[in-house]
Design a protein around this ligand. Structure first.
Ligand code: FAD
Length: 735
C-alpha cells in the first residue's frame, strides 16, 4: 500500500484509534480525527501532537483514506460521503497491517494482561534507550509516555485487538501470546475458535512465537516448529499475574535482541485503570481495576486478598458487554463470590444492542445465597454512595474495589473525591475534575458574577467555568450531575439578574474562540457557536451581503442566550433564522435538531431550556448589497437609541401582556422614575429597570415586585417576568 499523506480517523477517541492518530502524526501523515466522545487527557495529547481534533466529522481536507474504529459500523451515515467520493475506508487493524507492512511487528495477543504487558515492554525499552514505534491500548499512569508513537526504528510493538477479526491481517515477526481464555464471545463462538485464530497467527509469525510455560496455551493445535517457539516463566498462583506480565515483557525484549534483565520493573508506573489506588484513608482504601473477564477478576481479587488480608473486601462490579455477560454469567458469579460485599451496576453495552439475557440481573441470579440476598443493582451514583455508607471506624478497615471496563471508573473517582473532601461535594468537584478538563478550561471558585451581567448586580458563583471545548462542557455537566451540584448557563448575562446571595452551584459560560466561531457555508448559511455575540453575527452577515440578521444589532446577548430566549426585536425572532441547532441534551448526547422540530414560542425554546445550545446553523433571508443592509441596521439602531435607556439594565423586565405591551401598562400605572435605592424604572422605557450605580439585586427584585403589584392593582393585569433570576424561581419571590 502506498503510504497515505492525509488520513481521517472516525471514532478516534477510543484507546484503539487515538494511539494510531499519534503514531501516524509522528510518521509525518496529516491526521484529522473525529469522535463525539473525546476525553481528557487523550484529547490534549492529540491536539498537542498536531492532530486536527474535530467535534464535527468534517475534516479541513479530503483525506487519502478514512480509518474507522470498530464502534463505527460499516453502514454508518458518517461514511456515506467518503464512499461517494470513492475514498478508501479501512478498519483500524486492516489499515495498520497494510500501512506498517515495512515494520517488524511484535504482536502482543491474549485474553488478559495485554495492555499492561505492552506498556511494561514499551517502558522498559525506553529505560534502556531503545527507541521504537508502538501502539498500546491504554494510558500510562502519570501520562509518563504517550499511548502511541512512531520511531524510525524497524520495530512496531502492537497490542492486538482480537475482538473485530482484523487480527487475521497481521503477519508479525514476533508474537507474544499471554494466554488463551475464551473471550470476545460475540466473535468467537467457542474457546476453540479463539485458539484457532491465535494458531493461524502463530503460523503467519515469521521469527518467534513466545508462549507461557505451562498448560494454558496447550489448547493450541499449532504445529509450531521448535526453532520458532520460545517460552517464558509463569507462576501458577493467579494473584502473581503482574509478575507473569513482567516475565513476558522481559522475554519479548530478549526475542527482539534487547537485554532488559537490568531494568527494575518495580519502578514501572503502571497503566491507568489497572490496580489503580485512588484513595487511601485510615479505614478505607479505594482501588479501580479494568478486570472484565472472570479470570481477570479472580486474579485481581486474589491479589487484593493477599495484599490486604485484614481489610474486608467490598466490590463494585459493572459487567462489560451483554454478549460476554450472557456467555460467562455463572463464571462471573463464581469469582465475585469471594467478595464480602457486592454492589452491581447495569451492564455496559460497549455498542452492543440490549440483550436481557446479558443484563447484570442474569449474573446476580448465579450468586451464592449469601450474596444474592444482599446484592442490589445501582443505576445512579447517589444511591450507590448511600449504600456504601461511611468508612468503618476504630480498627475496622475495608478495601473498596471498583471492577470493570465500562464507565464505572467515574463513580470510583467521584467516591474517592468525596472521601478526600470529607463529604463536601463542592470541594469534591474540583478534586474530581483535576485531570478531566483541558488545560485551556477556566475553572474558579467563588467567582463574582455582577460584572458578567449587564445589570451589574448580585453575588458570586460557588464554582464558575469557561469550558474550552465540547468535551470540557460535557465533563463539567456530567460531574455536576454525579455529585448532585446544580449548574446553569450564562451567556452575556443580558437577560439575567444574579441574586445577592449568588449561585450555589456551577455557572457555565461559553467564552473563547471555540464557542464564538462564525463560519460561512457555500449555501449562504452561517454555522455559529453559541458563545458568539449577536452583534458580531449581524456584522458578519452584513459584510457577507446576507440579509435577515439586522434585528440582532442592538440585542446585547450571545447566540446561546438568544436561542434559549428566542430573542426578538422589531417584528423578528431568533428562530426566524434557525435552520438547525446542535444541543448537549440532558442524557449527555449531542444532537443536531432541525429548527422546525423544536418547541419554540414567545421568548422560549424548550430544548434550550432542558439542554445546552452548542451551535446553530442560521440561514439568510437572501442576499443584498452590504450598504443596503447597513442602512437597515443603522435605522434600527437609531430607533433603539431613541426608545431604550443606556444605563445598566437587563433589557425588558416583563413579558408583554397578551392585551398590551408591558411597558405601556407600567407607564400607565405611573411608575416611570419609581425607585428602590439605585434601581429605577427607566423614564425612557417603563419596562426597563436601570441600575444608576451600586444597586443591589435585592433592590432590583423588590422594585420588580412593587411594579408588578401596582400594575395589578391599577390595571388589573398580572405581568410575568421575562428576565431570568439566576438559579432561582420567580414564583418564590412573587407569590
Ligand atoms: C439594553 C438591552 C436591550 C435588549 N434588547 C432586547 C431585545 O430587543 N429583544 C430581546 O429579545 N431581548 C433583549 N434583551 C435581552 C437579552 O439581551 C436577550 O434575551 C439575549 O438573547 C440574552 O442573551 P445572553 O447571552 O445575555 O443570555 P443570558 O442573559 O446570559 O441568559 C439568558 C438565558 O439563556 C440561558 N442560556 C445562556 N446560554 C445558553 C446556552 N448556550 N444554551 C442554553 N441556554 C443558555 C441562560 O441560562 C438564561 O436562562 C436586551 C437586553 C438589554 C440589556
Amino acid at each position: 500500500m502506498e503510504a497515505p499523506q492525509k488520513v481521517f480517523l472516525l471514532g478516534a477517541g477510543g484507546m484503539g484509534m487515538a494511539p494510531l492518530a499519534l503514531y501516524l502524526q509522528g510518521a509525518g501523515v496529516q491526521v484529522s480525527a473525529h469522535d463525539d466522545h473525546f476525553r481528557e487527557p487523550l484529547r490534549s495529547h492529540l491536539v498537542e501532537s498536531g492532530v486536527e481534533v474535530l467535534s464535527e466529522p468534517i475534516p479541513s481536507f479530503d483525506p487519502d483514506c478514512v480509518i474507522r474504529s470498530s464502534a463505527i459500523s460499516e453502514d454508518s451515515p458518517l461514511l456515506e460521503s467518503w464512499k461517494k467520493k470513492q475514498i478508501p475506508i479501512y478498519r483500524r487493524g486492516e489499515f495498520i497491517a497494510r500501512f506498517a507492512s515495512n515494520k517488524k511487528i511484535l504482536a502482543i495477543v491474549g485474553s488478559h494482561g495485554k495492555t499492561t504487558t505492552a506498556g511494561m515492554l514499551v517502558w522498559a525499552l525506553e529505560q534502556v534507550g531503545f527507541d521504537t514505534s508502538y501502539l498500546v491500548g491504554g494510558l500510562f499512569a502519570e501520562d509518563c509516555l504517550p499511548p502511541g508513537k512512531f520511531a524510525k526504528n524497524a520495530w512496531l510493538l502492537l497490542e492486538v485487538d482480537e475482538s473485530d477479526g482484523t487480527i487475521d491481517h497481521y503477519s508479525p515477526e514476533i508474537t507474544l501470546a499471554l494466554n488463551c481464555d475464551w473471550d470476545h464471545v460475540e466473535r468467537y463462538a467457542s474457546s476453540n475458535s479463539f485458539s484457532d485464530t491465535l494458531d493461524s497467527l502463530f503460523s503467519r509469525t515469521g521469527k518467534t512465537v513466545l508462549l507461557p510455560k505451562g498448560a494454558k496455551m496447550e489448547h493450541s493445535k499449532s504445529s509450531l516448529s521448535s526453532e520458532k517457539l520460545e517460552r517464558f516463566d509463569v507462576s501458577a498462583d493467579p494473584s502473581d499475574y503482574m509478575l507473569n506480565n513482567m516475565e513476558a515483557a522481559r522475554a519479548a525484549g530478549r526475542c527482539m535482541g534487547v537485554d532488559l534483565s537490568k531494568v527494575d520493573f518495580s519502578q514501572f508506573p503502571g497503566m491507568k485503570r489497572r490496580q489503580n489506588l485512588i484513595f487511601e484513608g485510615l479505614n478505607r482504601t479505594i482501588l479501580e481495576d479494568y478486570a472484565h473477564h472472570p479470570t481477570e477478576i479472580r486474579s485481581f481479587l486474589s491479589h487484593r486478598r493477599n495484599t490486604d488480608p485484614e481489610s474486608s473486601m467490598r466490590v463494585v462490579f459493572q459487567p462489560h458487554r451483554y454478549s460476554r455477560t450472557k456467555a460467562l454469567a455463572s463464571r462471573f458469579a463464581e469469582e465475585l463470590a469471594s467478595a464480602d460485599d457486592l454492589f452491581l451496576l447495569p451492564t455496559y453495552s460497549a455498542f452492543e444492542e440490549f440483550d436481557a439475557e446479558g443484563s447484570v440481573e442474569t449474573l446476580s441470579g448465579y450468586l451464592p445465597p449469601r450474596l444474592r440476598a444482599e446484592t442490589r443493582v445501582y443505576t445512579d451514583f447517589q444511591s450507590l454512595h448511600d449504600a456504601i455508607g461511611p468508612a468503618p471506624t476504630g480498627s475496622g478497615r475495608e478495601q473498596l474495589l471498583f471492577v470493570g471496563a465500562g464507565d464505572l471508573n467515574r463513580w470510583a473517582y467521584a467516591l474517592a473525591s468525596l472521601e478526600q473532601a470529607q463529604g463536601n461535594k463542592y470541594d469534591a468537584l474540583s478534586l474530581f475534575l483535576k485531570t478531566r478538563l483541558s488545560q485551556a478550561c477556566v475553572i474558579r471558585a467563588d467567582e463574582p458574577l455582577a460584572s458578567k451581567t449587564t445589570m451589574k448586580v448580585g453575588g458570586c458563583a460557588r464554582w464558575y467555568a469557561e469550558p474550552a471545548n465540547t468535551e470540557d462542557l460535557r465533563v463539567l455537566v456530567e460531574s455536576c450531575k454525579l455529585l448532585d451540584i446544580p449548574f446553569c448557563m450564562m451567556g452575556r448575562g443580558s437577560n439575567l439578574i444574579v441574586p445577592d446571595s449568588g449561585y450555589g452551584g456551577l455557572v457555565l459560560r461559553l467564552r473563547g474562540s471555540f464557542w464564538s466561531e462564525i463560519n460561512l457555508r457555500s449555501d449562504d448559511t452561517l454555522v455559529v457557536g453559541a458563545g458568539a455575540r449577536l452583534q458580531e453575527i449581524c456584522r458578519f452577515a452584513c459584510s457577507n451581503q446576507l440579509k435577515g440578521f439586522e434585528f440582532l444589532e442592538g440585542i446585547p446577548g450571545t447566540l446561546g442566550g438568544a436561542l434559549r430566549m428566542n430573542a426578538g426585536a422589531m417584528g423578528w425572532e431568533t428562530f426566524d433564522l434557525v435552520e438547525s441547532v446542535s444541543f448537549l441534551l440532558p442524557d449527555g448526547t449531542i444532537k443536531d435538531i432541525p429548527g422546525i422540530d423544536l418547541e419554540v414560542g414567545y421568548r422560549y425554546c424548550r430544548e434550550a431550556y432542558d439542554g445546552i445550545a452548542l451551535r446553530a446553523k442560521l440561514k439568510a433571508e437572501g442576499c443584498s448589497d452590504h450598504r443596503t443592509i447597513r442602512k437597515v441596521i443603522d435605522k434600527l439602531a437609531k430607533q433603539r437609541k431613541a426608545t431604550q435607556p443606556r444605563e445598566a439594565s437587563a433589557g425588558c423586565i416583563f413579558r408583554n401582556h397578551e392585551e398590551a405591551p408591558a411597558g405601556l401598562l407600567i407607564d400607565q400605572a405611573g411608575l416611570k422614575g419609581e425607585r428602590e435605592g439605585a434601581a429605577v424604572v427607566s423614564p425612557l422605557h417603563a419596562n426597563f429597570i436601570v441600575n444608576e450605580g451600586g444597586a443591589s439585586a435585592d433592590e432590583v427584585i423588590s422594585l420588580i415586585k412593587r411594579v408588578r403589584q401596582r400594575v395589578k392593582d391599577s390595571k388589573g393585569k398580572l405581568l410575568e417576568p421575562e428576565v431570568g433570576l439566576l438559579g432561582q424561581n420567580w414564583n418564590e419571590y412573587l407569590s
